[in-house]
Design a protein around this ligand. Structure first.
Ligand code: ADP
Ligand code: ADP
Ligand code: ZN
Length: 226
């Protein structure tokens, strides 16, 4: 099953994706994580992407699409994937459609997690990220059990450079101008499923599970008419 998690930065995509992917036994593919790994390793891709990521701008579509498609062609994505943070532009969405169709596959649904802007900014400015496994925490809402250490792997927990108020605000603007059009695109395709991200993380997960189960139960045509 191929699913997309769509929503503004801070909506909780990463937080939800890790658990949901485990539940559904599909691979979690997060474009932001892939960029950060490449930047950390200093690969040619990482060197080209770094300035964009630091500024809160989108990395150009050609680089992004190539990176994600390469990931999707790995064996662990053969039977499905949970895409998190991709697509973020119309060009990326179209590239994904083409690629899936070319491979005889299709998207089962697009899970759109919504939350008010003020909530997003507060979450982003307090977000902490594991430098080793990319798990996310929050200074106030979800602090690691041992300060500065990841619960899952013991790795060092840090604040991403793009998680300052200023860059977070810029990333929200980028979301409004470049990513929001995808909502109508996927709604029109009958794939959009809306989820309330402004509730406790466990409740968001429950809502996601119920809605994904409904997708699995409904034949494609019914999902389209819904
Ligand atoms: P995204 O991947 O959509 O940018 P994250 O999953 O990284 O969002 O979450 C952003 C921040 O908000 C993190 O610090 C995370 O711990 C926190 N967070 C995520 N979901 C919730 C929630 N339902 N309630 C409160 N805080 C949350
Ligand atoms: P968040 O979880 O806050 O939404 P991500 O970790 O998904 O942020 O993305 C961090 C940064 O990586 C983005 O601000 C952007 O620079 C880059 N990036 C991630 N995904 C994409 C994408 N699909 N297209 C272009 N740039 C991307
Ligand atoms: Zn970790």
């Amino acid at each position: 099953m191929y699913l997309v998690l769509l929503g503004p930065p801070g909506a909780g995509k990463g937080t939800q994706a890790v658990k949901l992917a485990e539940r559904l036994s599909i691979t979690h593919v997060a474009s932001g994580d892939l960029f950060r790994e490449n930047i950390g390793r200093g690969t040619p891709l990482g060197r080209r992407a770094k300035a964009y990521v630091d500024q809160g701008a989108l990395v150009p579509d050609d680089l992004t699409v190539a990176m994600v498609m390469e990931r999707l062609h790995q064996p662990d994505c053969r039977d499905g994937a949970l895409l998190d943070g991709f697509p973020r532009t119309m060009a990326q969405a179209q590239a994904l459609d083409q690629e899936l169709v070319g491979d005889g596959k299709r998207l089962a649904g697009v899970l759109y997690i919504k939350a008010p802007d003020q909530v997003l900014l507060t979450r982003l400015a307090g977000r902490l990220t594991c430098s080793n496994c990319q798990a996310t925490y929050h200074q106030t809402f979800h602090p690691p059990r041992v300060a500065g250490r990841c619960d899952r792997c013991g790795g060092r927990v840090y604040q991403r450079e793009d998680d300052t108020w200023e860059t977070a605000r810029r990333r929200l603007q980028v979301y409004f101008s470049q990513t929001m059009p995808l909502i109508e695109y996927y709604r029109h395709a009958g794939l959009l499923v809306e989820v309330n991200g402004d509730q406790g993380a466990e409740s968001v997960q429950e809502e996601l599970v119920v809605k994904v189960n409904a997708l699995e139960a409904a034949p494609f045509s019914e999902a389209q008419d819904a």
